[in-house]
Structure formats: structure tokens, C-alpha cells
Design a protein around this ligand. Structure first.
Ligand SMILES: [Zn+2]
Length: 348
């Protein structure tokens, strides 16, 4: 049986006004291409959620006042920079506050049951942003702020964050490293920026065991990727029983991506979307908030978003051929389980 999921979408042309210059990979063309596809193929069937500008008080959930002030001041310059790899234009402050607000509006729509899944198609991205500085094209930590907002405003204290971007979400990791309110699960290539996310980084204090880093090799296939997530996510969702699932949805592990150096296709992500929907149903059916992170080949990025939305709007199974086992993935899974077994958070 197939059934569409009530799916919200956050989009806004004001995200395009964050100008990073002609040759920067995190370019407005990324979202322009995705929005054009939405107009052509998803004009009906998605619930439009309007983003609100995030007030300062929300930004301060995770960022220092001094850093927020620094971002605010970029509005006075036509072109400046927040970090060597993170340029800012006069509209960056506005776009970045709206990107946070786009995730918060998405969360509110999930909590008040306007939709079951919401995809916030925002920029700039967020998962590298730290408490006191911009990094890796990210200005404010969109999902980090939204997780704190969920706790403060909606009393949600068990959030699973799935970070499938090819880069390690060091900002997200750092914000919740000592907290059990977030189970942070990331697959990434540790030979890429920011070079963190080793297996041994598992959390500290109350957060011990709540950070799950799984470094992956560059040539993983769609089937390998699915196999890895199927095994690990099944345990995490069943044992942690999240009240809410976030996806740091970067698509730079796609084979065409100029930065990610990986081998996946868009079907890896439709497979994962399908998997998440199936697994969560058996565990209280928590809502899912997805936020766009990386993905620097506009056409490939657009194909990936299309693949994910196709699963959500038709629940059509377009997943890849799944082999019974994959030797190298089994090795990765075993290593992850061995490292996390002592904490007994999601292993059994
Ligand atoms: Zn990335």
C-alpha cells in the first residue's frame, strides 16, 4: 500500500539574497535550481510553511551575543567575510536569521500537526556553525538552535539528529556533546573539512554515548549506504525512542558533487527517506524536520531533493537493490557497536 505523508516545505526567495560571490560553491544557484524544480513538479501536494525571522533571543540559545553582533554588523557592508571560507553580503544577516526561523517555523508546523514531515530548504547551511564563530559556509546553527527551541518551548527532550551530509557536523556535535537531550548520529568522510568526527568522539558527562560518529570510505555504494543506515538506525530509533527526528540533509555525498568526493546517487537518499519513515512508524511515529545543509552541484542537489520529496508525496519505493550483506559495511557496523556497547544508549 502506498500513502502520501503530509509534507511541509519551507522556501523563500530571501535566502537567495545571501551573496557569496561569483565562484563560491555555496551559491544562490543551488536553491534557485531546487525551487524551479518545486514549481515544475511539486506545485500541488506540499504544504507551504512561511519562515519567520528568528528573534535574537532564539539565536542566543546557542550563540554568544558577541558573535551575533558580529553577524549583525555585516549588514553594513556590501561584501565582507565572517570566516576565510564564509563570505557575507549586506543581506546575509537577514537570510541567516530567516534560515533559523525557517527551521523553527517547520518545527512549529510539526508540533501543531500541520504536517508530519517538513523540509526546510534554506541557506546559509548550519551544521558547522559554532557558538562564537562562522565556519564551513555556515553562519547560524539552524538545527542546533531549533533543538534548543524544541526543549524550551515544546518540552521535547529526546531528539535524534541524523546528519547524512558528507562533512562532519562539528557545530552540532559540540553544542550537544554533554547532553542526553540529543542523540547525534553522523556519517562522514574524516579526510574532508572539518577533519573531526572520529569514532572515539562519543560525548562527555551526561552526553556520554549520545554522539555517534561513523567515518565512511569514499567509495561506498548506494546499497552499502542503505545497509549501514538500516542496521544502525533501526537500533537507535527503537532504543532511544526519539520524540522528534532531525535530518541535517546535505547532499554532497552525491557522485557529481565537486566537494564531496563520494560515489552515491540520488537513490541513496530516497532509500534513506523510505527507511526513516518505516523505522519511525514502529517507534511512536515522531515527526521529522529536515534542513538543507550541503550539496554543491545544483543539478545533483535538485535530483536528490526531488528523490526525497517523491518518497514523501507518493511513498513510492524507489530504493536501490539491497544485498543481503556487505562485508565492509558489516565491519563498520561492528566497530560502531563495539565502541558504543559500554554506554548502553542504543546498543542491546
Ligand atoms: Zn557538507
Amino acid at each position: 500500500m502506498t500513502m502520501a505523508i503530509k509534507t511541509g516545505i519551507v522556501r523563500d526567495d530571501r535566502f537567495l539574497a545571501h551573496n557569496t560571490g561569483q565562484i563560491h560553491p555555496e551559491h544562490p544557484t543551488r536553491l534557485k535550481s531546487v525551487y524551479k524544480m518545486l514549481d515544475a513538479e511539486f506545485a500541488h501536494g506540499l504544504i507551504r510553511i512561511e519562515p519567520q525571522l528568528a528573534p535574537l533571543e532564539y539565536l542566543e540559545y546557542v550563540h554568544t551575543p558577541m558573535y551575533i553582533e558580529k553577524v549583525l554588523k555585516t549588514a553594513n557592508h556590501q561584501f565582507t567575510s565572517l570566516a576565510p571560507d564564509t563570505p557575507a553580503s549586506e543581506n546575509t544577516w537577514h537570510a541567516a536569521s530567516l534560515a533559523v526561523g525557517g527551521c523553527i517555523s517547520g518545527l512549529d508546523a510539526l508540533v501543531n500537526k500541520t504536517c508530519k514531515v517538513c523540509f526546510s530548504l534554506v541557506r546559509p547551511p548550519g551544521h558547522h556553525a559554532l557558538a562564537d564563530r562562522a565556519a564551513g559556509f555556515c553562519v547560524f546553527n539552524n538545527l542546533g538552535i531549533t533543538a534548543r527551541y524544541a526543549a524550551q518551548r515544546h518540552h521535547i527532550n529526546r531528539i535524534l539528529i541524523i546528519d547524512w551530509d558528507i562533512h562532519h557536523g562539528n557545530g552540532l556535535q559540540e553544542m550537544f556533546y554533554d547532553s542526553s537531550a540529543v542523540l547525534y548520529f553522523s556519517t562522514h568522510d574524516t579526510r574532508l573539512y572539518p577533519y573531526s568526527g572520529d569514532w572515539a568522539e562519543t560525548g562527555t558527562g551526561n552526553g556520554q554515548g549520545y554522539t555517534v560518529n561513523v567515518p565512511i570510505p569514499r567509495n561506498l555504494t548506494d546499497a552499502d549506504f542503505f545497509h549501514l543506515y538500516r542496521i544502525l538506525l533501526a537500533d537507535m530509533i527503537a532504543h532511544y525512542r526519539p520524540e522528534l527526528i532531525f535530518v541535517a540533509a546535505g547532499f554532497d555525498a552525491h557522485r557529481l558533487d565537486p566537494i564531496g568526493r563520494s560515489a552515491l546517487t540520488e537513490y541513496a537518499f530516497s532509500g534513506l527517506m523510505h527507511l526513516i519513515l518505516d523505522l519511525k512508524k514502529a517507534s511512536g511515529d515522531p515527526p521529522v524536520l529536515m534542513a538543507l545543509e550541503g550539496g554543491y552541484h545544483p543539478k545533483a542537489l535538485t535530483e536528490c531533493v526531488r528523490a526525497v520529496l517523491t518518497v514523501l508525496t507518493t511513498k513510492q519505493n524507489q530504493s536501490v537493490h539491497i544485498p543481503e550483506t556487505s562485508q565492509r559495511v558489516d565491519t563498520i557496523v561492528k566497530k560502531t557497536r563495539t565502541i558504543h556497547a559500554p554506554y548502553r544508549i542504543w546498543t542491546h
